[in-house]
Structure formats: C-alpha cells, structure tokens
Design a protein around this ligand. Structure first.
Ligand SMILES: [Zn+2]
Length: 55
C-alpha cells in the first residue's frame, strides 16, 4: 500500500499527545481528524528536541 503524505512544516518537529486516550500523533492533520472523530480536546503539542528520535 502506497500513500503520499504532504507534510506540514511542523511535522517531524513536534508530536501531539491526546491525554484522553494517550494516542500520539505525528501529523497535525491527524490531530484535527482525531478531535473531530473522537470529540477529545485534551491534545498537547510536544516539541521534539532531536528529530533523530524518529529516524
Ligand atoms: Zn483521544
């Protein structure tokens, strides 16, 4: 399965954590989807110090 993802400038510099279900989101668009689908609002943005964490 191939999927082309267009990245937001913040992508890979930060992640978002939902404190209501403890999911972690790498893409900001996923956060918007999650808020819309789940109704969860306690999503915190966490800035990454080292992008290599995801390498
Ligand atoms: Zn959630």
């Amino acid at each position: 399965m191939e999927e082309i993802t267009y990245m937001h400038p913040d992508d890979l510099k930060a992640v978002w954590i939902c404190h209501e279900c403890h999911k972690v989101f790498v893409f900001h668009s996923d956060v918007d989807d999650h808020k819309g689908l789940s109704g969860h609002k306690m999503v915190e943005k966490v800035t990454l110090i080292s992008p290599e964490t995801f390498a």
